[in-house]
Design a protein around this ligand. Structure first.
Ligand code: GLY
Ligand code: MN
Ligand code: MN
Length: 492
């Protein structure tokens, strides 16, 4: 909101030759605007209003989601901002990515927007999207404002957006006034739009907003048909991205991790919106660093490549998939020993994903198998598997949990209450990863030398179905033999 406070009177000042920080960001272009140029720029533009727009594919779903949210908070004013662009450096912004809850409830992806659910006299809500309208030609806003349409591209008009989104739309620059007038209870999704936060500062409490955030997270635990179809697409596109990576991977020459990252990113940008999170492209011992996103190393023949990457769809749902590949196409015996242990653990985890199971079951199933293998390799000395597991000694090498929900966020539904998520029960429609791994640091003197520097994770994405589960990333092989055959096939 605060970044779009262009007013008519301000425009006159700008046209008269004054500048401000925002407007001079474009190479000082606005510093010198003659009244002739200003007049010239007002005229000669065609009416481009689109009168043929159809509702977006998920409009019926977003309406249902808003109705479900409305029912949770009768009589309260509910405010869900999309967020504002963020500065990357000096006068350049990061590509804008709206807040997931805003997308979930509207299907819209425009910056600076805010969804408001207005309570009526009967306690039921009327949803209104507050959006930036078309840039005004008359005031010169379309070219004099830093985010004017001449620079950033055409926006939908409010009328077009009403048809697209299936809800009334208003100019977001009128929102502060509306919020200032609020008298009843208000709930806000905080920390996305500083202008909205400030406007509601004296009307909200952290406790009530935390409840609101949790409710939104919990609504997203079970995916609807649209979301499932989109996640399926994200997983399929991700599989194609992994195939692209195998094709660029040199068998006897190094491949830069950056080349691997860029290759996957090309697929993400081509078939989706972006990657859903920073890709981990970890050659050799880098695989033992779980958040290896520097990606400034290179592969070496005989070593493994761990790639953890996911395509984020155009509707912003993301896959989250990991494969650990022998760079030259064949696992060495010791690599295969570790890989097979992780594969067995993942298979045990997958078998525990079904409706009615406790969420924690798949984690324990996978971790137990890993612990058994670690014990069989003598890594717990005299201690039994039960004892090591009880004491958590395996965690030196398993490091992370075994999975999480995915959806609009890679770690989806993260604000849901514990009793409904990690202490909860799996239900049909949930989508989660199963991703056990073993990571032996290069400097870990407690393991045999042959294991040092090996990191293996296998990660797939599962839809909980009425019968059990469906592997949405089944387009990629999991077992060691299948991985080798798949790589050989892709390399022709
Ligand atoms: N790529 C993030 C994760 O696996 O959780
Ligand atoms: Mn994951
Ligand atoms: Mn991952």
């Amino acid at each position: 909101m605060e970044r779009n406070s262009v007013t008519d009177s301000h425009q006159e000042d700008v046209v008269a030759g004054e500048t401000d920080e925002n407007r001079t960001r474009k190479n000082g272009l606005y510093a010198d605007v003659s009244s002739e140029l200003a007049e010239n720029m007002r005229q000669g533009w065609a009416d481009t209003e689109r009168r043929d727009v159809e509702p977006i594919a998920q409009a019926a779903h977003t309406a249902r989601r808003r109705a479900a949210l409305s029912a949770l908070f009768p009589g309260e004013l509910l405010v869900v901002p999309a967020g504002n662009p963020k500065v990357r450096a000096n006068d350049t912004d990061y590509p804008f990515r709206p807040s997931s809850d805003y997308v979930y409830l509207t299907g819209d992806q425009s910056q600076d927007s805010v969804l408001v659910l207005e309570p009526g006299a009967d306690g039921e809500h009327r949803a209104i999207a507050y959006l930036l309208p078309r840039s005004d030609r008359e005031t010169g806003e379309f070219w004099l404002d830093y985010h004017g349409e001449l620079w950033d591209g055409r926006r939908n008009s409010l009328t077009e957006n009403e048809r697209l989104l299936g809800l009334p739309c208003r100019d977001v620059r009128t929102l502060t006034e509306r919020l200032a007038a609020a008298t009843g209870p208000v709930r806000l999704l905080r920390n996305y739009d500083a202008g909205v936060d400030a406007a509601l500062d004296d009307k909200v409490t952290a406790e009530r907003d935390t409840e609101f955030r949790a409710a939104l997270s919990e609504m997203r635990l079970r995916k609807d048909e649209f979301e499932i179809a989109d996640l399926r697409h994200a997983c399929q596109a991700t599989a194609r991205g992994f195939e692209d990576v195998v094709r660029v991977l040199g068998t006897d020459t190094p491949t830069a991790e950056r080349v691997i990252e860029g290759t996957f990113w090309m697929r993400a940008r081509t078939e989706g919106n972006d990657v859903g999170y920073a890709s981990v492209c970890a050659a050799g011992p880098h695989a033992t660093t779980l958040h290896w996103v520097r990606n400034d190393g290179e592969t070496r023949p005989g070593e493994l490549l761990l790639i953890d990457a996911g395509v984020e769809s155009r509707h912003l749902y993301t896959a989250d998939v990991t494969r650990t590949l022998p760079v030259d196409g064949r696992f060495t015996p010791v690599q295969r020993k570790v890989y097979d242990a992780v594969y067995e653990a993942q298979s045990a985890g997958i078998a525990a994903v079904r409706p009615g199971a406790k969420y924690r079951d798949f984690h324990h199933a996978a971790q137990r198998v890993l612990t058994e293998h670690l014990a069989s390799w003598g890594l717990f000395g005299e201690r039994s598997v039960d004892e090591a597991y009880e004491l958590g000694l395996h965690r030196r090498w398993t490091l992370a949990g075994t999975g999480h929900m995915i959806g609009l966020d890679v770690h989806d539904c993260a604000k849901a209450r514990t009793e409904l998520y990690v202490d909860g029960t799996l239900e049909a429609g949930m989508v989660l990863t199963v991703e056990p791994g073993l990571y032996f640091q290069s400097d870990d003197l407690t393991v045999p030398e042959e294991l040092r520097g090996i990191g293996v994770r296998i990660e797939d994405d599962f839809l909980v179905t009425d019968e059990g589960n469906e592997n949405l990333s089944a387009g990629l092989p999991r077992a060691a033999d299948e991985v080798e055959a798949w790589m050989a096939r892709l390399r022709g």
